[in-house]
Write a protein that binds this ligand. Structure first.
Ligand code: CO
Length: 449
């Protein structure tokens, strides 16, 4: 095929992909993803406004706040703010993994020491076997009469979940069902370590004595370096592309984009992979609380806030399934995206995706103007498909919304694959969204100013 839309990636595409890969490397847990995002925002001159403090802000200002260290909302107030409303891009900071339980170790059999872990989200179990693993998350440590949170990232390979030899499991290639309590316990030691070693390791990594470690949220982390691969560099493989690829694109767009009439918002939520029901998830009051407080800090009345929300627009960004090369039958025949062919708009009649004709039209028009190709995803009509952020956050802040994503393969594998051209398109589409005043009128009309 010589179609320009499937050309090899440009030097700039590869530069953006290399930046994405570095963002992922620094983000082995949801807590680290937020810390990495904060670094980007601090570097771009955004001011941190803690949720528990009074907020002051002015025209043209750029700010962010954080909840639980794992969700973040950043925003830029328009320079003129003459069309007061919110234009929001949302993505998620978490990915499927395993969480270490409160009592972390299983002693034996024999001299072995294993970790006791439980699943976080819907991972592909088989992808976690036979790969060296680290752990990452946060530790709560005692410092005098204070308890404080510290990021912990053990990058050394300290764990591995060994497969059972095929000689002991002759049917492993015939569709073996793994039991998480039995098959997926990571091996921690062959005898050199004893009970207590895990917390001692976490304490050491947190820079405290074991007696100072009070609690922790620690997750298995795949530190396998990302790879940009293919004879024409078409592919990027890395952990956590779902949804750090979109989180990165949304942040890059917010940082790079000016804003005139409205407030541009980037919302990164934790806990999407486990139903979003936590105090910092998409179903929580986090986004609503932030938008309300932006309004009062800008001196707007409750009525002006409601009018602003009625005229606001959400782009919910969560990665999409590309056609599988070996299983094209898993996706719809024509509503099925390909790698390196642009941003995907997802639509479902049951409204698990928020997209409708109006929101699709607004988003596609922005992409058309920005020169970003758009593809369509719909589930096969005989399969249920996944859910995402847009319809969940709508329960708290109800506004026009479109569900989009970047195409990828092997979603929820420990090592996922995407195209090297699509991140740059995602950034370009979201930059166009932030830079354009999407002026919603009465009924379903809009002016893209
Ligand atoms: Co996702």
């Amino acid at each position: 095929m010589t179609d320009a839309s499937v050309a090899a990636p440009s030097a700039q595409d590869l530069e953006v992909t290399a930046e994405l890969v570095e963002f992922i490397r620094q983000s082995p847990s949801m807590f680290h993803a937020v810390a990495t995002a904060r670094c980007m925002l601090d570097g771009a001159g955004f001011s941190y406004l803690p949720e528990g403090e009074p907020w002051r802000m002015g025209l043209g200002g750029a700010y962010y706040t954080v909840r639980n260290g794992s969700s973040l909302v950043a925003w830029r107030v328009g320079r003129r703010l003459d069309d007061y409303h919110f234009q929001i891009a949302a993505a998620h900071t978490d990915s499927p993994t395993f969480k270490v339980k409160a009592v972390p170790e299983l002693a034996g059999p024999r001299e072995y020491l294993r970790l006791d872990v439980e699943g976080y989200g819907g991972m592909i179990d088989s992808t976690w076997f036979d790969r060296p693993l680290g752990v990452a998350g946060r530790a709560i440590v005692r410092d005098g009469d204070r308890l404080e949170s510290r990021l912990v990232n053990i990058q050394k390979d300290v764990l591995l979940i060994p497969n059972v030899a095929i000689h002991f499991n002759r049917r492993v290639n015939e569709g073996y069902a793994y039991n998480k309590q039995v098959d997926l316990c990571p091996l921690f030691s062959a005898g050199a370590l004893h009970a207590g070693a895990f917390d001692a390791m976490v304490a050491e990594a947190a820079g405290v004595e074991p007696s100072q470690l009070v609690a922790r949220d620690m997750y298995l982390a795949n530190h396998q370096p990302a790879s940009i691969w293919g004879w024409r560099d078409e592919f990027v493989s890395a952990p956590k592309l779902d949804d750090l690829q979109c989180a990165f694109a949304a942040l890059k767009a917010l940082v790079a984009s000016g804003c005139e009439g409205h407030v541009s918002v980037c919302a990164l939520f934790d806990n999407e992979e486990v139903g979003s029901g936590s105090m910092q998830g998409a179903k929580s009051t986090f986004l609503r609380d932030v938008l309300e407080r932006i309004s009062s800090a800008l001196g707007k009345t409750a009525d002006e806030y409601r009018r602003a929300v009625a005229r606001s627009f959400l782009v919910s960004c969560d990665n999409a399934h590309a056609v599988h090369p070996n299983h094209p039958e898993k996706t719809d025949e024509v509503n099925a995206p390909q790698l390196n062919r642009g941003v995907v708009v997802k639509e479902a009649a049951n409204q698990k995706y928020t997209t409708d004709a109006f929101s699709r039209a607004v988003f596609c028009e922005l992409c058309r103007r920005a020169g970003v190709p758009v593809q369509a995803f719909a589930n096969r009509s005989d399969s249920a498909g996944g859910s995402t952020l847009g319809n969940l956050s709508a329960a708290q802040v109800s506004l026009h919304a479109v569900d989009v994503g970047l195409p990828q393969l092997a979603m929820h594998s420990a090592y996922e694959t995407a195209g090297t051209r699509d991140t740059a398109w995602g950034i370009r589409a979201l930059s166009a969204f932030f830079e354009t005043d999407v002026r919603l009128g009465d009924g379903e009309s809009v002016a893209l100013g």
